[in-house]
Design a protein around this ligand. Structure first.
Ligand SMILES: *Cc1c(COP(=O)(O)O)cnc(C)c1O
Length: 433
């Protein structure tokens, strides 16, 4: 009936998440409200983790891509689940360290890390830094020298696989701002360079081929391309890297049109192929990292809004306006991402209306979805937009000076605020005059 098994309808006809009544949550905490199912977050961490245990002898690490959903409570949850974190800015790194995250389980990404970020990462003794380009490599070497540290690094490699859609293509020269190209020899030269630098230790190679990918083939192909490169480095330079990071990008269900595969299927296929290639090419089996972001946080979240207006434009469409919008969920405005919405207080009814769900910001493009099939809506109803756990709170802004919603974790009957709703004072807190 709903896109995710943790959602249901209770006797009052209200939508429930992890057994909690969403209408009661909206009354208790106000709207708009981000709601995260804590059990599902944990379950998702565990299924990736156990897939490495089951198919790859535990010789790897899940690093949650914190940009998908970063706050102290999430970092703490990842810590408790024994997984690592991928951070891509000083703010994400700070958040992780502020809950006592084990620094060796952190990796730092980004295509333009500042000196401040590099110094902070080095001083915090994080596991490794994923280096994006030679400028960064040289700068990192200098800053590591200053701090008297040898920096563990990986290289971000462009494996020449484009998997942004339901299928994938191998491109000759992939056009991306991230990483080193393989086919031009850029990556190979960079490896030589890293091996010559005193304060750098190359521990592995990294790639990340896209996001919301449903097909397993591109991941297998990426592993093949990366292992070929590892073998080339070993043969020609006599150096064998120990780790292989295959990134994230595993697809989730936003609407009925999406059919994700089970999370353990990736490691099942990838592990088998990695083991095979390592045998053929006489390589050690690398320690494998994966970086799921969306697939851990996305399905666990939903956003509750209150409907404040309804406008039917004859023969065109019906707009329903909510008390949030692109400030708390910019994904439709950014990429026309599709979402499913439910009238939370009438969740048991049939979806007889087709609406455009509009936000309250001063932008025509401030929509959450168009052509959405939904139960009959009236002003005052609570609307739940589903699968908003990733790239919503983390992408939120204060456009129109709208305070950001609170984030609540639910766990069966209990719920708690993990991020407070912003106040009007918060809105002006940095205005100095
Ligand atoms: C964004 C990102 C991820 C996570 O991607 P998802 O699609 O959310 O799984 C992982 N690794 C890197 C380097 C990323 O930039």
């Amino acid at each position: 009936m709903f896109i995710s098994d943790n959602l249901s309808v209770n006797e009052e006809g209200h939508l429930t998440v992890s057994g909690a009544d969403t209408v009661e949550l909206a009354e208790k905490y106000g709207t708009p409200l981000y709601v995260m199912d804590e059990n599902l977050l944990r379950e998702n961490c565990r299924s990736f983790k156990s897939s490495i245990d089951k198919y790859y002898g535990g010789n790897g690490l899940v690093c949650f891509a914190s940009k998908a959903f970063c706050c102290k409570a999430m970092c703490r949850l990842a810590l408790e689940e024994g997984i690592g974190l991928d951070v891509a800015s000083i703010g994400e790194l700070y958040t992780a360290l502020s809950v006592g995250f084990s620094p060796e389980k952190l990796c730092f990404h980004g295509n333009n890390k500042t000196d401040e970020e590099i110094r902070y990462a080095l001083e915090s003794r994080i596991g490794h830094i994923v280096v994006d380009n030679v400028y960064e490599l040289n700068r990192l070497n200098e800053l590591a020298e200053e701090s008297g540290i040898v920096a563990n690094i990986m290289y971000r490699i462009k494996p020449g696989i484009d998997a942004h859609t339901h299928s994938f293509i191998m491109t000759g020269q992939i056009d991306s701002k991230f990483g080193f190209a393989l086919e031009t020899g850029e990556a190979y030269e960079a490896v030589k360079k890293a091996l010559s630098l005193k304060n750098i230790r190359l521990v592995g190679l990294h790639c990340h081929i896209g996001s919301q990918i449903f097909d397993i083939d591109p991941f297998v192909k990426a592993a093949e391309v990366m292992l070929d490169f590892i073998a080339k480095i070993k043969d020609e330079l006599g150096y064998e890297t120990e780790q292989l990071d295959l990134g994230g990008g595993f697809g989730i269900r936003y609407t009925d049109e999406d059919n994700p595969v089970g999370y353990d299927k990736y490691m099942e296929r990838v592990s088998a192929r990695v083991k095979e290639i390592c045998r053929e090419k006489n390589l050690k089996q690398p320690f494998i990292l994966i970086e799921p972001g969306r697939s851990i946080a996305g399905p666990a979240g939903l956003t509750l809004y209150k409907a404040g207006g309804k406008k039917t434009i004859p023969n065109i469409r019906t707009y329903v306006s909510i008390d949030g919008g692109m400030g708390d969920n910019p994904r439709y405005a950014l990429y026309q991402s599709k979402y499913d919405a439910v009238v939370a207080n009438k969740a048991g009814l049939e979806r007889t209306e087709t609406i455009t769900l509009a936000g309250k910001c001063c932008e025509t493009g401030d929509l959450i979805g168009e052509g959405m099939k939904i139960q009959p809506v009236e002003v005052g109803d609570i609307i739940a937009v589903l699968a908003t756990g990733a790239y919503n709170y983390s992408m939120s802004s204060n456009y129109n000076r709208i305070p950001k919603p609170a984030v609540v974790f639910v766990n069966g009957d209990s719920s708690r605020v993990v991020v407070k709703r912003e106040t009007l004072e918060d809105i002006v807190r940095n205005d100095v005059e």
